[in-house]
Design a protein around this ligand. Structure first.
Ligand SMILES: NC(=O)C1=CN([C@@H]2O[C@H](COP(=O)(O)OP(=O)(O)OC[C@H]3O[C@@H](n4cnc5c(N)ncnc54)[C@H](O)[C@@H]3O)[C@@H](O)[C@H]2O)[C@@H](O)CC1
Ligand SMILES: Nc1ncnc2c1ncn2[C@@H]1O[C@H](COP(=O)(O)OP(=O)(O)O)[C@@H](O)[C@H]1O
Length: 279
């Protein structure tokens, strides 16, 4: 398919924000996370780990209380108090069908801030509510559900058969950047370019790997927030960089053997070092 370009390691390296001597934790970017739930607290931990290992100034985890306990147990660096952030990640480990009124309000307020935002899993239905530049990160089933809810008769199997076409159609229809996950990741911007990213070895197809990806992308958005707000057309590139970095970390973590999602998150610093060394 000639209208999809393949993303390169050098392009990913260009989106790694290397801290400078004048930086502090705020200038490096703060990510707000509304993820996890009593049902899926692990998704919150995995997203936090993905973001923290990608490198940014701070993470505010503002989701479910039980999930926050798990998050803090693993990562005491995380702040659970509200405050200013430069980007939002919402929805991983949430179920939109059981959303409480309180959470709906919290999500609505976050999305109204107009900041760069990643919507995953249980926040995909809020795609029209976000005031800022948005990237959604569905897998085939989630994209089928999202488009069906808007009147498109489409099954998961249709999307699995023609992922590139559906990623592009979804971006045009929804007016947001679509990062469609799979063995190849397709990133499509509305009426814009299409980027194809190799997603790493199939060992990455394991529970929670997508939650880690949300964190990686959230961290990149938080650290490039100003640029994305000034030039929203770069959003697809940031998304492609996140997918590529995630795939490379999966490759390093696996080296030909099985991995769990946390292994992938823990391999992110090594993948970043390697990318920067090659840049
Ligand atoms: N550790 C965690 O807390 C994790 C949380 N996760 C969260 O879980 C939520 C649901 O994500 P899903 O991607 O599962 O949601 P989906 O609702 O898209 O997937 C469920 C689908 O898979 C089918 N299915 C379930 N078990 C199956 C099996 N054994 N064989 C074949 N098909 C099967 C179901 O019938 C359903 O159609 C999301 O919020 C996600 O972020 C997942 O990321 C996994 C890890
Ligand atoms: N066959 C595969 N080869 C490589 N990567 C894959 C494959 N299947 C899925 N992935 C990757 O694994 C992750 C799965 O994410 P997702 O479906 O959201 O799972 P979860 O909800 O369990 O985190 C995505 O990053 C996707 O690109």
């Amino acid at each position: 398919m000639s209208d999809w370009r393949d993303w390169t390691a050098a392009e990913t390296a260009a989106w790694i924000r290397v801290p400078e001597s004048g930086d502090d934790k705020y200038s490096r970017g703060v990510l707000g996370m509304l993820t996890g739930s009593a049902e899926y607290p692990g998704a919150a931990v995995l997203g936090v780990e993905g973001a923290a290992r990608t490198g940014l100034g701070m993470i505010r985890y503002l989701g479910d209380e039980r999930a926050a306990d798990f998050v803090l147990h693993r990562r005491p660096e995380i702040v659970t108090g509200a405050g200013r952030v430069q980007a939002w990640l919402a929805g991983s480990g949430m179920d939109s069908s059981t959303r409480s009124g309180g959470l709906a309000e919290q999500l609505g307020a976050a999305l109204a801030e107009g900041l760069p935002t990643v919507l995953d899993a249980g926040a995909l239905d809020l795609v029209d509510r976000a005031a800022g530049p948005v990237v959604i990160t569905p897998h085939f089933g989630e994209l089928a559900r999202l488009l069906s809810a808007r009147g498109d008769e489409v099954e998961k199997s249709d999307i699995a058969e023609l992922p590139a076409q559906w990623a592009r159609a979804a971006a045009d229809r929804l007016g947001v950047v679509v990062l469609l996950k799979g063995s190849t990741t397709y990133v499509a911007a509305p009426r814009g370019e299409g980027i194809r990213v190799a997603a790493g070895p199939a060992w990455v197809a394991t529970a929670g790997a997508g939650d880690v990806l949300g964190g990686v992308l959230g961290a990149l958005l938080a650290s490039h927030s100003e640029r994305v707000l000034a030039e929203p057309s770069v959003l697809a590139e940031v998304a492609a960089a996140a997918a590529h970095l995630h795939g490379r970390a999966g490759e390093l973590a696996s080296s030909g053997g099985p991995i769990v999602a946390l292994d992938l998150a823990e391999a992110l610093p090594a993948a970043i070092r390697e990318l920067l060394a090659g840049a």
